[in-house]
Design a protein around this ligand. Structure first.
Ligand SMILES: Cc1cc2nc3c(=O)[nH]c(=O)nc-3n(C[C@H](O)[C@H](O)[C@H](O)COP(=O)(O)OP(=O)(O)OC[C@H]3O[C@@H](n4cnc5c(N)ncnc54)[C@H](O)[C@@H]3O)c2cc1C
Length: 453
C-alpha cells in the first residue's frame, strides 16, 4: 500500500493547488484525478470547464507565487456588460483593490488547469491521472488515518485527506456522511446545492465578436440566478452558455410572458441548447443560429458541455478527522457570478499547506480569513436577488447606472439613488449582518457529530 502525508481527491484547480502547496512544504503528496478526455487536450486531464473569466482582484485572491502565463490567456477584458429587458449596465471597474492592470481576462481552461498541474508536479507532488477514487475508509482510533481505494484496486494510506472532487461531491459526500446527520446531507444533495450549467463553443460573426467584455443577460430566463452569457474565447469564438436551477417547474413560474427566452408553447423549461438558440436570435437582431456555427472540435462533447456548478453556501470541514473540503466540493463557487477558480485555488492552497504542517485544525478559520469576505458578499447578493423578475433587473440596473461614477460603483452607493436604492441597500446590509462570523456557511464544524475537539 502506498503511504503519503497528504492525499488529494480531484485534480482541478483546487486539488492541483493543494498538491502544489503540500509538496512545497516538503510533504509527500499525491493528487488523484479520475481523468476525462477533451477535444482540446491530447491526454486525460481534469474535468475542466467554464466560461473562464477571471476578474482583476481574483488574481490577488489566488495568492499565486508566479504570474499566470500569457499562453493560458485568451483575451484581456475591459468590461462586463449586464443586460436586462430594458436596461444595460456596463462596468469597467470592479472597484476592488487589485494588482492586475486590467478589468480581467479569459483563459483557455484546459491550458490553465494543465499549468496548475505542472506547478504541482514541479513542486514534487505526484499527479496520478486516469483512475478515480472509489472509496475512502477513515480510522479515528488514535491519530486519524484514511485509506483511499482507487478503481484499479490501488490503495493509498494517508494522514491528511483533501477533498477536491468538485460540486458533484461523489467522494466528499461519502466521507462527510460518516459524521453529518441525514438532514445536513440532504442540504448538500446535488439537485439542491448545485445549478446546471450548459455551454456551446460558437464562431461569432466577426462584426459581433467583442473580445474586450463578458456579457450577461438577466431577467431573460426564469429561476434564481438563471442567466445566459457570452464570454470571448480566441477571436472570433465565444463560449455561449447559461446556468439555471436543476429541476425547475415551469408551471410554478409567474409572469411567464415577461421572460424573453420563454415561448407561450413551452410546456417545460427549455433545454440549454434551445435557450442558446433563442438568445442568439433575440439579442443579435437579423441573425439566426446558422450565423454562429458550432465548433464541434472544442470542449467535451461535440462543442458542448454540461456541468453542475455549486450554487449555495459553503461548508466548513471536519478538520478533527484531518479532512479538508476545498473548492467546488466545499461549495465555494457562486453561481451568482460563476466565479470559482480563485476560491478553489486559494482554499486548495490553504488546505495543502496546513495538511503538510499537520495543522488542518486551522483550516476553517484560515479560509474564512482569506476568502470569507468574497464568499459572504456572493451569498448576500444571491439572497437579495432571490425572486427577482425581469422588471426588478431593469430597476436595479437603472439604479446602478444612476449612481455609478466614472470609476465603477460600490453597492452602498445605491443608497443615493432614492427610496428603492435605500431599501436595497438596507436589505443588503441586513443580510450581510446575518452572515457575520462565518454564518454564511451552511454546515458548521460543530455539526460533525462525535468530532468535536
Ligand atoms: C459552465 C461553468 C462556467 C464557469 N465559469 C467560471 C468563470 O468564468 N470563472 C471562474 O473563476 N469560475 C467559473 N466556473 C467555476 C469553476 O469552474 C469552478 O469553481 C472550479 O472548476 C472549481 O475547481 P475545483 O478544483 O474545486 O473543482 P473541479 O474543477 O470541478 O475539479 C474537480 C475534479 O475532481 C475530479 N474528480 C471527481 N470525482 C473524482 C474521483 N472520484 N476520483 C478522482 N477524481 C475525481 C474531476 O474529474 C475534476 O477534475 C464555472 C463553472 C462552470 C460549470
Amino acid at each position: 500500500m502506498q503511504q503519503v502525508d497528504v492525499a488529494i481527491v480531484g485534480g482541478g484547480p483546487a486539488g492541483a493547488s493543494a498538491g502544489h502547496a503540500a509538496a512545497s512544504e516538503g510533504a509527500d503528496a499525491v493528487v488523484v484525478e479520475k481523468g476525462v478526455p477533451r477535444a482540446d487536450r491530447e491526454e486525460l486531464g481534469p474535468d475542466s470547464t467554464d466560461a473562464a473569466g477571471i476578474l482583476d482582484y481574483w488574481v490577488d485572491l489566488m495568492n499565486l507565487d508566479e504570474p499566470i502565463p500569457e499562453r493560458v490567456k485568451h483575451q484581456e477584458l475591459d468590461a462586463a456588460e449586464f443586460v436586462s429587458p430594458n436596461a444595460t449596465l456596463e462596468l469597467t471597474n470592479t472597484n476592488m483593490e487589485s494588482s492586475y492592470p486590467n478589468f480581467g481576462f479569459t483563459v483557455h481552461r484546459a491550458r490553465f488547469d494543465d499549468w496548475l498541474r505542472e506547478r504541482a508536479e514541479r513542486a514534487g507532488a505526484e499527479y496520478r491521472v486516469g483512475t478515480a477514487v472509489a472509496d475512502v475508509e477513515t480510522d479515528l482510533t488514535g491519530a486519524p488515518t484514511h485509506v483511499l481505494t482507487l478503481r484499479d484496486g490501488t490503495e493509498i494510506e494517508t494522514d491528511h485527506l483533501v477533498l477536491a472532487d468538485g460540486p458533484q461531491r461523489t467522494v466528499t459526500g461519502t466521507v462527510l456522511e460518516n459524521w453529518l446527520p441525514e438532514e445536513a446531507m440532504d442540504r448538500l444533495a446535488s439537485r439542491r446545492a448545485n445549478h446546471i450549467a450548459y455551454q456551446e463553443y460558437r464562431r461569432m460573426p466577426e462584426e459581433l465578436f467583442e473580445g474586450d467584455r463578458i456579457k450577461f443577460w438577466w431577467g431573460y430566463m426564469p429561476g434564481h440566478t438563471a442567466y445566459p452569457w457570452v464570454f470571448p474565447n480566441d477571436d472570433p469564438v465565444a463560449r455561449i452558455g447559461l446556468t439555471m436551477p436543476i429541476g425547475m417547474d415551469l408551471e410554478a413560474v409567474e409572469n411567464r410572458d415577461a421572460y424573453g427566452l420563454l415561448r407561450p408553447e413551452d410546456e417545460r423549461v427549455p433545454q440549454g441548447s434551445t435557450y442558446i438558440r433563442r438568445l442568439l436570435e433575440e439579442v443579435y437582431d437579423g441573425y439566426d443560429l446558422a450565423d454562429f456555427p458550432l465548433l464541434e472540435d472544442r470542449g467535451k462533447s461535440g462543442g458542448t458541455e454540461t456541468y453542475p456548478i455549486s450554487s449555495t453556501r459553503p461548508i466548513e470541514s471536519p478538520t478533527a478527522a484531518n479532512v479538508a473540503v476545498v473548492g467546488g466540493a466545499m461549495g465555494a463557487t457562486s453561481a451568482f457570478h460563476e466565479g470559482g477558480d480563485h476560491v478553489a485555488i486559494r482554499t486548495g492552497q490553504i488546505a495543502g499547506r496546513l495538511a503538510a504542517r499537520d495543522r488542518l485544525s486551522a483550516y476553517n478559520a484560515e479560509w474564512q480569513a482569506a476568502v470569507g469576505d468574497e464568499i459572504r458578499r456572493n451569498c448576500v447578493f444571491a439572497d437579495v436577488v432571490r425572486g427577482y423578475e425581469p422588471d426588478d433587473w431593469d430597476t436595479v440596473f437603472g439604479l446602478v447606472n444612476r449612481v455609478k461614477g466614472r470609476d465603477g460603483f460600490e453597492p452602498y452607493q445605491t443608497v443615493y439613488a432614492g427610496l428603492t436604492g435605500a431599501k436595497l441597500f438596507g436589505e443588503y446590509l441586513w443580510r450581510k449582518f446575518g452572515y457575520r462570523n462565518g454564518g454564511y456557511a451552511q454546515v458548521r464544524e460543530s455539526e460533525y457529530a462525535d468530532l468535536a475537539r
